[in-house]
Design a protein around this ligand. Sequence first.
Ligand SMILES: CC(C)(COP(=O)(O)OP(=O)(O)OC[C@H]1O[C@@H](n2cnc3c(N)ncnc32)[C@H](O)[C@@H]1OP(=O)(O)O)[C@@H](O)C(=O)NCCC(=O)NCCS
Length: 164
Amino acid sequence: MLESYLTLKAEYEIIPMDLKDCAEVALLHGERFPRVWDESEFQDLLSQETTFGFVARQTNAILKKALPGFVLARHVAGEGEILTIAVNAKLGRAGLGWRLMQAALREARNRGGETMFLEVDGGNQPALGLYRKLGFETVGERKAYYVGDNGAKSTALVMSRVLR
Ligand SMILES: CC(C)(COP(=O)(O)OP(=O)(O)OC[C@H]1O[C@@H](n2cnc3c(N)ncnc32)[C@H](O)[C@@H]1OP(=O)(O)O)[C@@H](O)C(=O)NCCC(=O)NCCS
């Protein structure tokens, strides 16, 4: 029994984000980004009709686990925007970011979206890798837009992808 538990391969589902997920979403966001958004900020965003999100949940966890990942996006007048996405650092490179992004792209398309935009730090190689693999291209840049804890400035890239 213990042996089969230890060798269990984790399986995940991607499901719509609910208001009750926001505390865990805020926790994971705080772990992965320097600027913390609290639970109520996520709840306020998710309560808006234009905003939607998805969370990844392990379907075969025996014990309660930390939230594996989430994405939050919005769609206004034909244009979608990824507001934020994060995957638990212990679960990187396992395809969850890809699956979360696919869910957000599909939802934006279902809402009649034609283009999806996002903004990313030009030095964030994992995120750039993910977005490029999804077909996003750089359409603009804002130099010295982000300021790190040590005061170092980095460029923000604006990327977009047609939704079809
Ligand atoms: C960016 C992030 C969401 C990617 O999530 P992930 O689940 O690790 O990504 P996936 O496993 O789906 O990877 C998909 C592709 O992204 C790229 N990628 C992911 N991690 C990478 C890394 N560490 N280095 C380079 N490319 C990477 C690869 O192209 C990868 O495809 P491959 O594994 O077939 O080569 C995750 O690293 C994260 O949460 N980072 C911190 C928060 C953040 O920066 N969010 C984006 C803000 S704009």
